[in-house]
Design a protein around this ligand. Structure first.
Ligand code: SF4
Length: 386
């Protein structure tokens, strides 16, 4: 297939959904889409309504903005408020609330916070302002970690000393392990993250099939990709198989991206443990800079509070990130917590499950269950652009 319309062929998607219903024979099946990008596709295109009612899609922890705990936002704000610092970040992170406000609030108070499209933009700023300290707020899974790694290698090669990275990269496999070990949730299979898998390949998921007897299908991000992946999961279950399959073969290679993995291995190493929002501390689930790159490590160059901060009482992001509740089941969803006034992170990023439900809720089954706020198509388009 060449054109995006072909991945949105409603007649073909309908036929596959019929086949899913035939093969699953009404058996209740719960699949987790790990990646926030998949959650976005599912609700933007109303896929939950196309699938037969016995198929329940629950959302996983794969939104990088959503999983950062409040304490790390506070640390970022402390660095941003340091004299002489230009603090750079992706746009989504500007509005994520810490315990005393967001980076946007810090900017309003006078901190020099700028949003960038890539870490290389931050490095360019370091070149342009040699008298200032430029810090890049690095977040994301293995999808974005390679671009941070390449930027660090370039900073080292060019001897740029007024640049550093506040590293908050996380790794997806320990989070999936934590979910599988949790007694809260019984899952029948996983729609695997397409972009992360482009970097790490297929092998890291084999423990899910081998040790937990659950199928995994790595999926692309168009509606047809998702529905075909669900079909592949159902087919495996109906044939009593649990394997790792790759629906996104046009992008994901079984071995991943070796060069990206090498760049990450040189510049970063695993942290012993890291706190995930609502999920607590997970061992070996995040990256920090390797000793060779200590000179570019913002955590070593600046004072950060490093204090653990409890989530607001009303916030149920942890349960949403583990797939235990649906966003609309959170008590403050759509009332106290909206994209304009987010209480939790899942309402900030467009990949967050709560934001996806909120923006596209009127097209979803959930709209029939609760009084979801109706959002006009124009507002949705503005939010997407924003
Ligand atoms: S509605 Fe808001 S507070 Fe509740 S889970 Fe979603 S983001 Fe968190």
């Amino acid at each position: 297939m060449k054109f995006v319309d072909e991945y949105r062929d409603s007649a073909l998607i309908g036929r596959i959904a019929t086949e899913i219903a035939r093969r699953s024979r009404g058996r209740p099946l719960k699949f987790m889409e790990v990646c926030g990008g998949h959650t976005h596709t599912i609700y933007k295109h109303g896929i939950e309504d196309i699938l037969p009612p016995n198929i329940d899609m629950v959302h996983g922890p794969g939104c990088p903005v959503c999983v950062l705990p409040m304490g790390r936002i506070d640390d970022a704000i402390a660095i941003a408020r340091t004299d002489g610092v230009i603090f750079t970040t992706f746009g989504d992170m500007m509005r994520v609330p810490g315990s005393k406000g967001s980076l946007l609030d810090a900017k309003a108070d006078g901190a020099d916070v700028r949003f960038v499209y890539s870490p290389l933009d931050a490095l360019k700023l370091a070149n342009r302002y040699p008298d200032r300290e430029v810090v890049f707020f690095a977040i994301g899974f293995e999808t974005t970690a390679p671009s941070t790694a390449v930027t660090l290698l370039r900073a080292q090669a060019e001897g740029i000393k007024n640049f550093s990275v506040f590293c908050n990269h996380v790794t997806i496999i320990p989070a999936i392990k934590a979910i599988l070990d949790s007694p809260d949730l019984r899952l029948d299979g996983f729609v695997g993250p397409g972009h992360v898998s482009m970097v790490i390949g297929m092998r890291p998921y084999t423990f899910i099939a081998r040790n937990h007897a659950r199928p995994v299908v790595i999926a692309g991000f168009e509606p047809l990709d998702i529905v075909q992946s669900v079909y592949m999961l159902v087919k495996q279950i109906s044939e009593d198989r649990a394997e790792v399959e790759n629906q996104y073969a046009r992008v994901v290679r079984p071995e991943g991206n070796i060069k990206a993995l090498q760049a990450m291995a040189r510049t970063m190493e695993l942290r012993p443990f890291f706190e995930w929002r609502g999920m607590g501390f997970i061992t070996h689930s995040a990256l920090k800079l390797s000793p060779e790159f200590a000179a570019w490590d913002a955590e070593l160059r600046f004072e950060v509070p490093g204090i653990r901060v409890a989530d607001p009482k009303a916030c149920q992001c942890g349960e949403v990130l583990k797939g235990v509740i649906k966003p609309w089941e959170c008590k403050v969803f759509g009332t106290a917590c909206t994209p304009e006034t987010p209480i939790g992170t899942c309402m900030v990023s467009s990949e967050g499950a709560c934001a996806a439900y909120y923006n596209y809720g009127r097209f979803s089954k959930a709209a029939g269950r609760v009084n979801l706020p109706v959002v006009s198509p124009r507002t949705m388009a503005q939010r997407e652009v924003g």
